[in-house]
Design a protein around this ligand. Structure first.
Ligand code: NAP
Ligand code: FE
Length: 367
């Protein structure tokens, strides 16, 4: 056995974990830039809680609440400039993956005089500002990963950067901040978490330790799956989904994702499909494609989910994620060409060709 395991985040999990551990915020600095989306900070209640803790600790703060979904380079450039002008000592990111990922880019840009496109070189002369992360979706696990995924109009896709310096220093995971998500955001983000665990488990880069976490994440997701199908959301289940998404984030922080994510990016970039939904549309055919090569591991996934076979998996996924996309022949070709070049293709254990990718798209999206 040979592997590296590095997790750069101290995670606090549970009800009121922010208020109960405010000494961590007191120790972070005197000037805080809060980075959040247009609505999620307020809707989740997390922004109010953060502001009340900062007031209590007499920490100055500036609220940057303009993070877009799937943030662009221009969006994080604006945030970086605001953090620099405010002379922030640290960042608190509140939101789904979009604001948390933006926090990482802003933390770098606040102290490094670089064009956002240089973020992807993954080399930052000055140590980025510390990031404290509060997830309001249970999906990306961005609170425990070093990755920041940004939209790049110059190359017409989404790309990620991140290194050991961009792990959030601290994560506060409190499921009450996820209760304001509607049905679609809840399901799409939960499916993203499942996708992280499944792809991390099946990639060449998986390790014995990440596999343990992946199977636990899949099994916890499995215990929620019937409730997700029935739109029966309750607090205990929200907490389980947040736990599963954190575990799955820990998995991909070691393994990265795989071709589901690589193929999902064109669907988001060109067709505006939410990130988790894009993964959910592709996951069944990705598993079917890999089944002959990874039979034992895929059977382990089905067992952990307490699902009989791939046919039952497909039925459940089709209930969770409904396909409303119609792609033209040109789009199939364009998206397959783009995905073929994505680095994740190299990490799929079974070799993947252009025709395989095209087939996965067609089978997934022609239902
Ligand atoms: P998101 O883009 O952050 O948010 C989706 C929508 O949900 C937004 O409209 C958001 O509002 C809203 N929302 C968030 N929390 C809410 C709450 N508690 N109540 C009500 N509405 C809420 O979605 P996401 O799926 O969490 O993140 C997706 C992004 O993360 C993508 O860019 C994806 O590529 C990236 N990602 C990152 C990693 C990683 O490791 N870093 C892994 C997978 C995916 P606002 O508009 O106010 O924000
Ligand atoms: Fe994802």
């Amino acid at each position: 056995m040979q592997f590296k395991f590095r997790l750069g985040t101290k995670a606090y999990f549970g009800a009121d974990c922010l208020k109960n551990n405010k000494e961590e915020i007191a120790a972070a600095g005197a000037r805080c830039m809060i980075v959040t989306g247009r609505s999620s900070g307020k809707a989740s209640g997390a922004l109010d809680d953060v502001v009340s803790v900062l007031d209590e600790l007499s920490i100055d703060y500036y609220i940057f609440d303009r993070v877009e979904n799937n943030p662009s380079l221009d969006n994080v450039k604006e945030g970086g400039r605001a953090a620099r002008e405010f002379s922030a000592d640290f960042i608190i990111g509140i939101g789904g993956g979009s604001p948390l990922d933006a926090s990482k880019a802003i933390a770098v840009l606040a102290v490094n005089d670089m064009n956002p496109v240089e973020l992807f070189k993954n080399s930052f002369p000055v140590e980025p500002l510390p990031i404290l992360a509060i997830p309001t979706t249970a999906g990306t696990g961005s609170e425990v990963t070093p990755y920041s995924i940004l939209t790049r109009p110059d190359v017409e896709t989404k790309m990620s950067f991140g290194n050991d310096q961009t792990f959030p220093k601290i994560a506060f995971l409190d499921a009450k901040y996820t209760t304001s998500m509607n049905r679609d955001i809840t399901v799409n983000t939960a499916v993203d978490a499942l996708s992280h665990a499944v792809e991390g488990y099946l990639t060449k880069r998986s390790t014995p330790l990440s596999d343990t976490m992946a199977l636990e994440a899949i099994s916890v997701f499995g215990s929620c799956i019937r409730n997700l199908v029935d739109n029966d959301f309750y607090m205990d289940m929200r907490e389980k989904l947040l736990y599963a998404s954190m575990l799955a984030g820990m998995v991909i922080s070691q393994t990265g994702t795989s071709i589901v994510h690589g193929m999902g990016y064109p669907l988001t970039y060109f067709k505006d499909v939410p990130h988790g939904k894009a993964n959910g549309l592709l996951m069944t055919e990705y598993l079917r494609f890999n089944y002959d090569n990874q039979t034992e591991k895929i059977n382990n996934i089905l067992n952990a989910l307490k699902i009989r076979d791939m046919d039952e998996f497909e039925k459940i996924m089709d209930k969770l994620i409904v396909n409303d996309l119609i792609l033209s022949e040109d789009e199939y070709v364009k998206f397959s060409r783009q995905s073929e070049k994505h680095k994740s293709v190299n990490y799929n254990i079974k070799p993947v060709t252009y025709d395989d990718i095209l087939n996965i798209y067609k089978k997934s999206l022609s239902k």
